[in-house]
Design a protein around this ligand. Structure first.
Ligand SMILES: NC(=O)c1ccc[n+]([C@@H]2O[C@H](COP(=O)([O-])OP(=O)(O)OC[C@H]3O[C@@H](n4cnc5c(N)ncnc54)[C@H](OP(=O)(O)O)[C@@H]3O)[C@@H](O)[C@H]2O)c1
Length: 288
């Protein structure tokens, strides 16, 4: 049995839908299974066993992992993420899970300039220490997060960032799900770590130009310094401080470690990744 944590979320939901498309059953976890059921389509529901689990409650994790041999491990970013994922690792090891596919991030290393990535390193280390066969996914920024720019683009025709002309490797989260589903359904639990990118990296000025072309009106990019972006995100955009700090760190990472797409997704799935142009065209109403 494959267990999907965070099945109501972005990567867990995408993985569950990709498994359903392959006809593979799964057990989907949520703190609120009724809410999860309401966001699944009939195909996914028909193949999915819904189960309540809260990472803050280790007994609920053990009950949810009983009889499972594979685990898709993801958790919302936040102050409790590392503690919650470590609890899931312990429960998985104790319950005899054989293979974990963990959603991590680029630059997950000790001393990483991105605090969330340092947390991912801690979790990856615990997976190794507990002897679990582990495949690590390192997706770059999700295209779906660009929808957060929609209201500002609609109201002011402006995108704010702090990357100058540095490019970002946006990936469609549905591709993360497709890659994860391929790995989870392999006969043998292969390990390794896989960067996941789209087919083309875009700078903020290039993103603004692409959006402007699709919308048929100019979109401008306002480049801020890191402190200015932090103030913009916590002020006008109303983000919590920790999340604004994370966004700034991620953007500075793109500046200090230039991003360029690689072919890992294609090698895993046998097809090219979804494009940013197609993604934006599909969601253009969110920017109008
Ligand atoms: N956003 C990006 O661009 C990006 C890029 C690279 C890597 N990542 C990594 O992707 C991961 C986030 O994945 P995501 O976007 O799929 O997450 P998400 O959609 O924000 O949330 C995933 C799920 O976490 C579950 N969750 C939260 N607290 C829980 C708890 N106490 N017990 C059980 N489940 C809990 C929630 O499920 P319920 O509410 O249903 O319980 C939620 O649906 C992070 O580790 C992040 O670093 C993100």
């Amino acid at each position: 049995m494959i267990v999907i944590m965070g099945a109501a979320g972005a990567t867990g939901g995408a993985t569950l839908r990709s498994l359903a498309a392959l006809g593979v059953p799964a057990r989907a976890l949520s703190r609120d299974p009724a809410a999860l059921a309401s966001v699944l389509d009939d195909r996914a529901l028909a193949r999915t066993e819904l189960h309540r689990a809260d990472a803050a409650d280790p007994a609920s994790l053990r009950a949810a992992f009983r009889g499972a041999d594979r685990l898709f491990l993801t958790m919302a970013n936040g102050p409790d993420q590392v503690r919650h994922e470590l609890a899931a690792v312990e429960a998985a090891a104790d319950c005899g899970v054989r293979h974990v596919v963990k959603v991590s991030a680029p630059a997950a290393e000790p001393g990483s300039p991105v605090a969330v990535s340092r947390g991912h390193h801690t979790i990856e280390q615990r997976l190794r220490d507990r002897g679990l066969a582990t495949t690590v996914l390192r997706p770059y920024a999700f295209m779906q997060k660009l929808l957060l720019l929609g209201p500002a683009v609609a109201a002011t025709g402006t995108i704010h960032g702090a990357t100058g002309r540095a490019r970002c490797n946006y990936v469609d989260v549905r591709d993360v799900g497709d890659a994860a589903a391929r790995i989870l359904t392999r006969p043998d639990p292969a390990g390794g770590s896989h960067p996941l990118t789209g087919g083309q990296a875009y700078s903020h000025p290039e993103l603004a130009a692409l959006l402007g072309e699709l919308l048929g009106r100019p979109v401008r990019y306002a480049d801020l310094d890191p402190a200015g972006l932090h103030a913009h995100l916590t002020g006008r955009a109303g983000m919590p401080d920790w999340l604004a700090a994370h966004v700034v760190e991620i953007q500075q990472l793109a500046v200090s470690r230039p991003e360029s797409p690689d072919r890992t997704f294609e090698e895993l799935t046998g097809r090219t990744p979804r494009t940013l142009r197609a993604f934006l065209a599909e969601h253009l109403d969110r920017f109008r």
